[in-house]
Design a protein around this ligand. Structure first.
Ligand code: URP
Ligand code: ZN
Ligand code: ZN
Length: 454
């Protein structure tokens, strides 16, 4: 296949040219002629590396409900949005070892995924069995380990000392620690107080998980990172205070990597005041406009290296359970399909970043940080995971014009310019002109390497 005459955007340059694909890999870039090849005319289109959504919760049990997608519908929706690789989680269930959780998640994904995927391991305690299994898990191609500092009731939370022990241990074996940073005791106490006063309504939800809960936890994790020498990755940073703490830590030489998500950049806490404010129950909660500004600034100056979706796909019938009491729903919001369109429109279109920065945030950085071989950029020999974007195409988000399972959109009414038109996974067109051409189960598990520097 030859992709003819597109604006090829890599992590560090862009130019108009052709790109040839053979055996699922990028075979040649430049001015390519081959009469036998299938030609895709990309005149006027952008050719980007496929997006790596390194933070999804597909087919996920959230503590009180299961998401409505599975690895087929979840990865198909991702593909429609220009995502060609997802990294999901193997969240430990009570009584399950880390290796059992990984095996279970592999069996849930294999045969269903339609783009490539990997898994982050998840650890809840520093018991002998977990410590012993860490090198083997890394060796098997899962070099990143997630810890939740909250969600005690769901059984996901790690205690501080176990977190410290694991941070050192994982680092010593070449792994990367990912942290969901919220002070659980603050969030639980505030929630309990609201429950007792019968005020745990969506409008009060952000006050139950305030910025100080994120800031305190990030600063504790930075201290742990300094103490252990570990590189840590803070997921879904949502506050100005969080960005500032990480900025200072990076300046002082700590190896801390930060991620945020489109909803923290584009939606604010006033959403909880809407009649259907329960739709936005997610952790951490939506914040103020000034937090979003600080996050955009963090992206601009490189404090934040990755934007992911934190995709968690619940239908309204599950969300509505939180109408009078937000503790009745599992937190989370869907969004893998909108990750690229939103970041292209508001980031590049809004003059907040260049196209190459976009490629770094959504593809190149995740590939390097999470050790995905052959992915995340456009270069000869790399996987032909590509997305052709029509920069002039316009599209208004409604509650239903997407392929995720949720029957609503937090971005309803957003008018976007620039849409993924053709999506190619290892040389195969999986989405074209709004049609899914891929196959159930054609995606492959990607065995990852330890992180590279970005
Ligand atoms: O509310 C969220 N973010 N749900 C998914 C689980 C997590 O904390 O990332
Ligand atoms: Zn989280
Ligand atoms: Zn998450």
């Amino acid at each position: 296949m030859i992709i003819r005459n597109g604006l090829i955007v890599t992590a560090h340059e862009e130019f108009v040219g052709d790109l040839a694909i053979a055996d699922g890999k990028i075979a040649c870039i430049g001015n390519v002629r081959d009469e036998r090849a299938q030609v895709l005319d990309a005149t006027g289109k952008l050719v980007l590396p496929g997006v790596i959504d390194m933070h999804t919760h597909i087919d996920h049990w959230g503590g009180s409900a299961k998401t409505d997608d599975d690895f087929f519908t979840g990865t198909r929706a991702a593909a429609f949005g220009g995502v060609t690789t997802v990294i999901d989680f193997a969240i430990q269930r009570p009584g399950e070892t880390v290796q059992e959780a990984v095996r279970r998640r592999r069996s849930e994904a294999d045969g269903k995924v339609c783009i490539d995927y990997s898994l982050h391991a998840h650890v809840t305690g520093a018991d002998e069995e977990t410590l012993r299994s860490v090198p083997a898990i890394i060796g098997d191609g899962y070099p990143s380990f997630k810890m939740f500092t909250t969600y005690k009731k769901a059984g996901f939370k790690i205690e501080d000392h176990d977190c410290l022990t694991l941070m050192r241990h994982i680092h010593d074996h070449g792994g990367l620690v990912m942290i969901h940073a919220e002070n659980d005791s603050m969030c639980e106490s505030l929630t309990e107080t609201m429950l007792r006063a019968d005020t745990a309504v969506p409008a009060r939800y952000p006050d139950s998980r305030p910025p100080i809960a994120e800031a305190e936890c990030i600063s504790r994790m930075l201290l742990f990172a300094e103490y252990t020498g570990a590189t840590i990755y803070i997921v879904h940073v949502s506050t100005r205070q969080g960005v500032e703490l990480i900025r200072r830590a990076q300046k002082s030489g700590l190896n801390v990597i930060a991620e945020t998500c489109p909803h923290y950049l584009l939606l604010h806490r006033d959403r909880y005041l809407e009649e259907d404010g329960y739709k936005y129950i997610m952790a951490p909660p939506l914040r103020d406009e000034e937090d979003a500004e600080a996050l955009w600034q963090g992206i601009r100056d490189g404090v934040i290296s990755v934007v992911s979706s934190d995709h968690c796909d619940y239908r309204l019938d599950k969300k509505v359970a939180g109408r009078r009491n937000f503790t009745q729903v599992s937190p989370g919001i869907h969004g893998t399909e909108w990750l690229l369109p939103l970041m292209y429109h508001f980031g590049v279109g809004g003059g907040k970043m260049t196209r190459q920065q976009l490629v770094r945030l959504l593809s190149h950085h995740p590939a390097r940080i999470f050790g995905l071989p052959g992915k995340g950029n456009i270069a000869v020999g790399m996987d032909a995971d590509l997305v052709l974007v029509d920069p002039s195409a316009r599209h208004t988000i409604t509650d239903s014009n997407h392929h995720m399972q949720a029957d609503f959109s937090p971005y309803r009414g957003f008018e976007l310019q620039g849409c993924p038109e053709t999506v190619i996974s290892r040389g195969e067109i999986v989405v074209q002109g709004g049609r899914f051409l891929g196959g159930r189960g054609r995606g492959r598990f990607v065995r990852r390497n330890p992180a590279l520097r970005i």
